[in-house]
Design a protein around this ligand. Structure first.
Ligand code: TUI
Length: 315
């Protein structure tokens, strides 16, 4: 498949793996890149030197392009911004903020910069700042989310910018990919479906929760008291946070409840007290597959669907 995204990034398929904090390490990133997509190592809030090691491991596992995701709310963001340049990483995605202050240094180093944007306004600002593409991420996604759905956000961002737009949020099969292309996206980013991949290194309980989730099984915390809104699979932890938010708990109290919660999910598999970030599309994911099969299944299905629809509509 040839699109502006495959040309820009030098990959076979216009698919990016989500930059999932604590989840997206070198094994997963290399598997996605070896399958022809763009694997990502997530900086999350890990010490920057740990991420340098992950970058080096990924280089040993793949000779294909891969990238690093920088979570801009994290205190390590400045250090990671430097490390990607030092390590010669050529693709950076960003989340949870505006990467404007790093743009000049990244562009000078030949890094392709692809910020995640939850709104048209930020997409415009990123294009002006020199972004190579944007990821328009709808609130169906897992993790930290904005307010607009993929269905509404993607076409509005497509109309607002001339750089390529990558759709994210609620995409996990060929139908989702075909729909994203019809909305004007030139590529997709997927996170939740890669949680359910063979190569993903999360605790088996996390995969079990993703496979067992129904359409309505996610909850969004952080909507009342002003901490970041986060979508995750409903459990005792989300019930407690939502309850305290409704009771008027302070920002500090809610934030303190989130500390360590993602680690408890990813590393400990603590089904009661962990934050199992996943998108609404988890309800559709029913099997664990290798990353390569996930990608070929999705692109194969989308191609069939698009051909069949085109034939139907031109009859
Ligand atoms: O960043 C994500 N998803 C994430 S980050 C994360 S780690 C985390 N853990 C606990 C609390 C908060 C985060 C888990 N999932 N997706 C990309 C994304 N970016 N979603 C929303 C945004 C965003 C929001 C505001 C991007 C830019 C922005 O701009 C604000 C500004 O400065 O204009």
């Amino acid at each position: 498949m040839k699109t502006r995204i495959t040309d820009l990034l030098g990959v076979e398929y216009p698919v990016l793996q989500g930059g999932m904090a604590w989840v997206a390490e070198s094994t997963l990133a290399a598997a996605v890149s070896n399958a022809g997509g763009v694997g990502l190592i997530a900086g999350g809030s890990a010490p920057a030197e740990v991420i340098r090691e992950e970058i080096r491991k990924a280089k040993a596992l793949t000779d294909k392009p891969f990238g690093v995701n920088i979570m801009l709310m994290s205190p390590n963001a400045d250090d990671l911004a430097k490390i990607v340049v030092e390590e010669g990483v050529k693709i950076v995605t960003t989340g949870a903020g505006n990467p404007g202050k790093y743009m000049e240094a990244w562009k000078a180093a030949g890094v392709k910069v692809i910020p995640v944007v939850p709104s048209v306004a930020l997409a415009r600002r990123m294009e002006r700042a020199g972004a190579d593409a944007v990821i328009a991420e709808g609130c169906e996604s897992g993790g930290h989310i904005g307010q607009t759905t993929t269905m509404c956000l993607v076409p509005q961002v497509v109309d607002a910018v001339s750089i390529p737009v990558i759709a994210a949020g609620g995409i996990a099969d060929g139908r989702g990919l075909a729909a994203a292309l019809m909305l004007g996206a030139e590529g997709i980013q997927m996170g939740t479906v890669f949680l359910a991949s063979e190569e993903c290194q999360i605790h088996p309980n996390y995969k079990e929760l993703v496979l067992g989730a129904k359409d309505t099984d996610s909850a969004v915390t952080g909507q009342i008291c002003g901490v970041a809104s986060v979508r995750q699979i409903k459990n005792r932890y989300t019930k407690k946070v939502v309850e305290r938010e409704r009771e008027g708990a302070s920002f500090d109290e809610i934030e303190s409840m989130t500390i360590g919660s993602l680690r408890r999910a990813v590393k400990d598999g603590d089904k009661e007290n962990g934050s199992f970030m996943a998108g609404q599309i988890a309800g559709m994911i029913k099997e664990i597959r290798p990353c390569a099969k996930i990608i070929t299944d999705i692109f194969g299905e989308a191609e069939q669907l698009l051909r069949a629809k085109a034939a139907e509509y031109t009859k």
